[in-house]
Write a protein that binds this ligand. Structure first.
Ligand code: IVH
Length: 704
């Protein structure tokens, strides 16, 4: 402690930064953390406080500066230092051997060739430029997408949020890696499977279409205009190629990978240098097995000639290097027969056509179902029952039908798919809102919808009621224990759900009235199981307001919005009675969400449910977040880069003082806070006569 206080502020700041960088590297690159999250946060806060006190010492490569200002108007186009080429593909052993023969043919007969085998990461390629900093270090200067190969987009603001991309590489690290201060790295941005699933769950919770696969999700994320959203997505960057301005920096690809690793970048650990194609084939077999266990997607392997001198002599064809090739795994697809189409009714009443397929093995998994999404998709595919179809399994998403196959072996089916006009479960007429593709069952008491509502209520992240799964819900609703998800027998005979007895419950509220006697009357439920379930249900009463709001299943209201609503309104009655404008006063609640909430509480059944829950003793209150009032009713717009505060910091401080931050300037805007390179928003503020503040002005206002 005593030595620390003797350090000058800039020495303290530098020491903290070094520490944080080291531990970020341990955590995000080496996956071997030594600090707990709390320790990390504490150091980060210490650095933030010091930087707040000494704004003149803030530098862009500080660990505090990962999430900065937004790109103003989209992303600038940037020319690549050298084209970002793609690779030629090989799909089998013969094609690989013929590539190896061409490589040998391009070199002297006496030469031996080594190959580096790497995983082919399924994301998007990205170039990073590092430039010289003041003290012999390298500083991240830009991150640019591949684009058309010659010109890409400058997505630096988003790349900075990727924790495995160092913003700063110390002189010592550069020395140990044998790298100069200026160099370019090429690599792949990927979205790990878990992050992909989380992102899709969030999108679906708020009624948005899920991304089709992690590659699309990564590509969409890197082009998002909100760096704080990108930061939450947890992208990864794997470096696999090193470029320098003049002479090659290193003599082998394998040495380049090692240098990148030493410099602190994330290099995929599954690379191997081998002496011949037989060893490449062995690597392929191992990679195919590994593929199932990796937390991110790969779609093949890349084989590169190791020696840079040989690479140079081999050169390029028009589009691709001759010294490398991509071996692509066989697509995880198969042809099978479409035997039937089932219609599933979800919690919101949405009717989804599901293909019932002749079981087929695709990459080790037996597939029997594929989604057909909606009637438009059926029309687009032109598919009939009895057709042979090509089915693809990508990532972990539900398999999908990509096309109808037609040849001598695969004659066309003859039965048209008829989209039902009535709900397959409750038989009430289906409704399609103008402009939407989906048909919906609007009967709020439809057993399929109630079953969906109950499962959502019980799910993890909502009320977390263990033991209330599909088969239990089916039984409680009076269906057979195997009538899971109202899918199978509902549809195969086209009739309604097999109701085998009077339902025990008809709504979420009824869960809280269940008795042990009722439960033990069900198949395969003994006293022990019944008591365990009752205890879980009882426990869920204390989950709190935010969980209940999520559980209600209001359109567009996911976990985060529910939390904000709970903190703002404090209890369910105030929320229930809120008008659209009251709702829009909550940060992050826009007109669309506000309308969905008003609509929800406009339905009598929903209000009755809430009142029931209240009487049954559920906790429907939350701690109201205390917000200051000095900026109450004032709306702020932030534009440009502020000298010290990041945009998130500024927003947080304004909100803590009761103010609101909006994205666009109008007559109603109270203040525009303008920093460097403020754009059209500043112009507009001037036109409209809106008061303009700089950072100091904002801080003064906050301090009042
Ligand atoms: S090397 C000239 N190595 O695959 C060198 N590419 O199909 C070109 N990719 O555009 C790239 N993993 O986006 C290389 N280990 C790896 C790779 C890899 C994935 C991607 C990259 C490239 C595409 C070509």
């Amino acid at each position: 402690m005593s030595t620390k206080s003797q350090l000058s502020p800039d020495q303290q700041i530098e020491a903290l930064r070094e520490d944080l960088r080291h531990h970020e590297h341990l955590y995000y690159v080496l996956d071997a953390p030594e600090w707990t999250d709390a320790q990390y946060d504490a150091r980060m806060n210490e650095l933030r406080n010091l930087e707040d006190a000494h704004p003149e010492l803030v530098t862009p490569d500080s660990p505090t500066q990962r999430v900065g200002g937004k790109p103003k108007e989209g992303f600038a186009k940037v020319a690549h230092s050298r084209p970002m080429l793609s690779l030629e593909n090989a799909y089998n052993e013969a094609e690989l051997r013929s590539w190896a023969d061409r490589v040998a043919g391009g070199l002297k007969a006496s030469e031996t060739v080594k190959y580096v085998c790497e995983l082919k990461l399924d994301g998007l390629s990205l170039a990073l430029q590092y430039a010289a900093g003041k003290n012999g270090e390298a500083v991240l200067q830009s991150g640019v997408t591949r684009g058309d190969g010659s010109v890409g987009e400058d997505v630096t603001t988003n790349v900075r949020t990727i924790r495995s991309v160092p913003l700063h590489i110390s002189a010592a690290k550069l020395r140990s890696a044998g790298l100069p201060q200026q160099f370019e790295v090429r690599g792949e941005v990927v979205l790990p499977q878990k992050a992909f699933e989380k992102m899709n769950a969030e999108r679906e919770a708020v009624g948005m279409a899920p991304a089709a696969n992690p590659r699309n999700a990564a590509a969409g994320t890197i082009r998002t205009l909100e760096p704080n959203v990108v930061a939450q997505r947890r992208l990864e960057y794997f470096a696999y190629f090193l470029l320098s301005a003049g002479e090659p920096l290193l003599r082998e690809q394998s040495a380049a990978l090692e240098a990148l690793r030493k410099a602190g970048l994330l290099v995929n650990p599954h690379a191997r240098t081998v002496n011949d194609i037989d060893a490449v084939l062995k690597f392929i077999v191992e990679a195919e097995e590994l593929r199932e266990k990796l937390p991110y997607e790969i779609d093949g392997i890349v084989i590169k000639v190791d020696a840079v001198a040989q690479q140079t002599r081999l050169g390029f064809t028009g589009k691709a290097p001759r010294w490398a090739i991509a071996y692509k795994f066989p697509a995880r697809a198969a042809i099978t027969k479409l035997e039937n189409v089932l219609f599933q009714v979800g919690r919101t009443g949405k009717v989804t056509p599901v293909a019932a397929l002749a079981p087929v093995n695709i990459g080790g998994t037996t597939v029997k179902r594929a989604t057909l999404h909606n009637p438009d998709e059926i029309e687009r595919l032109g598919v009939r029952i009895g057709d042979y179809v090509s089915v693809e399994r990508g990532g972990d998403v539900i398999p999908k039908i990509t096309e109808v196959v037609e040849d001598k072996l695969h004659p066309r089916g003859t039965k048209d798919i008829v989209f039902p006009s009535a709900c397959p479960v409750c038989e009430s007429e289906l409704v399609r809102v103008e402009g939407e593709v989906d048909w919906r069952c609007v009967n709020a008491s439809c057993p399929a919808r109630v079953s969906g509502e109950l499962l959502h209520w019980a799910s993890r992240g909502v009320m977390n009621i263990e033991g209330l799964g599909e088969s239990m819900v089916a039984q409680l609703l009076g269906q057979s224990a195997d009538a899971v998800g109202n899918e199978e027998e509902v549809i195969e005979d086209g009739a309604s759900a097999a109701v085998i007895r009077e339902p025990i419950i008809r709504s979420i509220a009824d869960l809280y009235r269940l008795t042990q006697d009722q439960l033990v009357s069900l198949d395969r439920v003994g006293k022990k199981t019944a008591d365990a379930l009752l205890a879980q249900i009882e426990r869920s009463k204390h989950a709190g307001l935010a969980r209940v709001i999520v559980g209600l299943g209001i359109r567009f209201v996911g976990e985060r919005t529910a939390q904000l609503l709970a903190e703002h309104f404090g209890d369910i009655d105030t929320l229930r009675k809120a008008k659209a404008e009251d709702l829009e006063a909550v940060n992050e609640v826009g007109p669309r969400v506000a309308e969905a909430i008003v609509d929800f509480f406009g339905v009598e059944k929903n209000v009755a449910l809430v009142k029931d829950l209240q009487q049954l003793g559920l906790k429907l209150t939350a701690e109201k977040k205390i917000v200051g009032t000095q900026l109450a009713d004032q709306t702020f717009v932030l534009t440009g880069t502020l000298p010290n505060l990041t945009r998130d910091d500024a927003k947080e401080r304004i909100e803590a003082a009761g103010g609101k931050v909006s994205g666009s300037v109008s007559k109603k805007t109270s203040y525009v806070v303008a920093g460097d390179e403020a754009g059209s928003k500043l112009d507009k503020a001037q036109q409209l006569g809106v008061r303009i503040l700089d950072e100091a002005g904002l801080l003064a206002l906050l301090a009042e």
